[in-house]
Design a protein around this ligand. Structure first.
Ligand SMILES: NC(=O)c1ccc[n+]([C@@H]2O[C@H](COP(=O)([O-])OP(=O)(O)OC[C@H]3O[C@@H](n4cnc5c(N)ncnc54)[C@H](O)[C@@H]3O)[C@@H](O)[C@H]2O)c1
Length: 309
């Protein structure tokens, strides 16, 4: 069976690290594409030359030409601009929307059957852009955010309780970042809800740190944002799809009635397999959880409204 092919758009921090993780796991051949000339080519060749040492045969190439992305099974969109001084959130929204639109149209031209994983921020709004510009069914446009947010929550739970991260499970819903909705009732250590393992004060502290997880890293790095955990989150999704694992992961999905939401990409648990989003998993929410979820939905709707969608 020929190896699968994954295109990663954007050869910056997140894109290049995702390419490295895909090759390390030998999940697919990787095409790294960017508008910058030389950067994807250089990083692609560098990654290829790590193969003999790391023991992977994945072919990695860097390019500026979408012809090289032809026939990709999966495409990850990390292309975008970071926020610059003097730039409003809405300015960034419009700029990245035009990048994601152009990238999506190019990808679809050469890989009409591909699955899109959107990473560029503001995440939930960019999922709308990719969905609209691709014309793809909702199953094939998926946003990465919840896997990262829940990994951060799991890290903090493990640190607080001094247990292995592997014994932790965390559940988050809603939009990416500030408005995410962690669900402690469904977050567990070895199956035990964390509400039974820590005080309300401890829990509130961990939830706040998780919400501020991206900003905490930016605060340290000053220039640029997190990429090791984001790329790991991307690759968990890539693996679930390419290996048809049917993993239940929190992802941004287009809701059409689920959770009482219509026509909006919001983070919810989904089943990821070879067809992309194979099912949206609906769970019962308590009244306070519903209220928080609604706040998150309203925030996403406001951003998407700015796009004129
Ligand atoms: N969803 C999440 O949880 C999450 C997590 C981390 C980062 N992000 C987002 O991912 C994006 C990338 O982050 P990064 O740290 O890698 O940034 P980066 O600046 O290191 O890389 C972005 C790359 O995109 C490229 N690019 C810009 N316009 C392009 C175009 N039209 N076509 C192809 N490539 C283009 C740039 O040249 C650059 O190499 C950002 O929008 C960031 O906010 C999202």
């Amino acid at each position: 069976m020929p190896r699968k092919k994954v295109t990663v758009v954007g050869s910056g921090n997140v894109g290049a690290t995702a390419a490295q993780r895909i090759a390390d796991k030998e999940l697919a051949d990787v095409v790294l594409i960017d508008i910058l000339e030389g950067i994807p080519q250089g990083k692609g060749l560098d990654l290829l030359e790590a193969g003999p040492i790391e023991g992977y045969d994945s072919r990695v190439i860097g390019t500026n030409n979408y012809v090289d992305t032809k026939g990709s099974d999966l495409c990850v969109i990390t292309a975008g601009l970071p926020r610059k001084p003097g730039m409003s959130r809405d300015d960034l929204l419009m700029k990245n929307a035009s990048i994601v639109k152009e990238v999506t149209e190019n990808l679809v031209k050469y890989s009409p059957d591909t699955i899109l994983i959107v990473v560029t921020n503001p995440l939930d709004a960019m999922c709308h852009v990719a969905h609209k510009s691709s014309g793809f069914p909702k199953q094939r446009v998926i946003g990465m955010a919840g896997v990262l947010d829940s990994a951060r929550f799991r890290t903090f739970i493990a640190m607080e309780l001094e247990v292995s991260v592997e014994s932790t499970h965390a559940f988050v819903l809603g939009g990416h970042g500030d408005t995410m909705v962690p669900l402690p009732r469904y977050s567990t250590v070895a199956g035990i809800p964390i509400t039974e393992l820590m005080s309300a004060e401890q829990l509130a502290r961990l939830i706040q740190r998780t919400r501020d997880g991206g900003a905490e890293i930016v605060g340290y790095l000053k220039t640029g944002s997190a990429y090791y955990a984001p790329s790991a989150a991307i690759v968990e999704m890539v693996e679930a799809i390419l290996l048809d694992k049917k993993k239940i992961l929190p992802c941004a999905a287009l809701l059409q009635g689920e959770y009482g939401v219509n026509g909006l990409f919001v983070g919810v648990p989904v089943k990821l397999g070879s067809r992309g989003i194979e099912k949206v998993i609906e769970i019962q929410l308590t009244a306070p959880e519903k209220a928080e979820f609604q706040k998150s939905v309203d925030a996403v709707r406001a951003l998407v409204g700015v796009l004129g969608y």
